[in-house]
Ligand binder design. Structure first.
Ligand SMILES: CC(C)(COP(=O)(O)OP(=O)(O)OC[C@H]1O[C@@H](n2cnc3c(N)ncnc32)[C@H](O)[C@@H]1OP(=O)(O)O)[C@@H](O)C(=O)NCCC(=O)NCCS
Length: 176
């Protein structure tokens, strides 16, 4: 049986110089991490990823319960960084999520960033990544890392535009 492998880039960025976190567009606001907002992160994650390429690599992304379990696993891990995990919301709903951890001393990992389709193209993805990078720097970290699927052009361009550079190419099989 043949398995489809997904080409992924590991990207890194030093944290010495960072652009400021942009003001959010009118009507949007930041929501810091709290256990009470775990279901909101899970819902935004589901709505942002369920129809996207990454849901083929991580089948749990295509299922709301799977996203809830993922958020539970991330947020109860000893590597979780609540300071770098944020939601963006507006009056009617939550619209964007970034979730972060630190697996290596001095290094922050952006695990997931997602914006609900109706709210894309307004600078929320960029704001989420920069908010996480500033939190990493406040923690004294020197480097940010992430992985992105090579064909995910919006995400790849977002990271490139923020100074991330590809340091490794990986081929990953879909999670069971
Ligand atoms: C990737 C994602 C978070 C971008 O969110 P967004 O709020 O639309 O992004 P922004 O409006 O902040 O755009 C910032 C930059 O990203 C890049 N970008 C965003 N959408 C793009 C698109 N459709 N095509 C090409 N580049 C794009 C551009 O460089 C853009 O800068 P510009 O507006 O100056 O051209 C969003 O598309 C998403 O949630 N995708 C599904 C989940 C996902 O794949 N997440 C990444 C996993 S690694």
């Amino acid at each position: 049986m043949s398995v489809v492998l997904f080409k992924r880039y590991r990207m890194e960025r030093k944290l010495r110089w960072l652009p400021a976190v942009p003001d959010l567009p009118p009507g949007y606001f930041w929501v810091p991490w709290d256990r009470a907002v775990l279901p909101d992160h899970a819902e935004v994650h589901y709505r942002a990823f369920s129809q996207e390429l990454d849901a083929q690599l991580f089948p749990s992304f295509a299922d709301y319960c799977g996203c809830q379990l993922l958020l539970q696993n991330i947020s109860t891990s000893p590597y979780f960084l609540p300071q770098a995990t944020w939601l963006i919301a507006c009056a009617t709903e939550c619209c964007g999520t970034v979730q972060c951890s630190s697996f290596v001393a001095g290094q922050g990992t952006i695990q997931n960033v997602g914006v609900v389709p109706a709210h894309r193209g307004k600078g929320l993805g960029k704001a989420l990544v920069l908010q996480a990078l500033h939190a990493f720097r406040q923690l004294g970290f020197h480097r940010a890392v992430l992985e992105v699927t090579a064909e995910n052009t919006p995400a790849y361009q977002l990271y490139q535009s923020l100074g991330f550079r590809t340091v490794q190419t990986l081929y990953r099989a879909p999670s069971p």
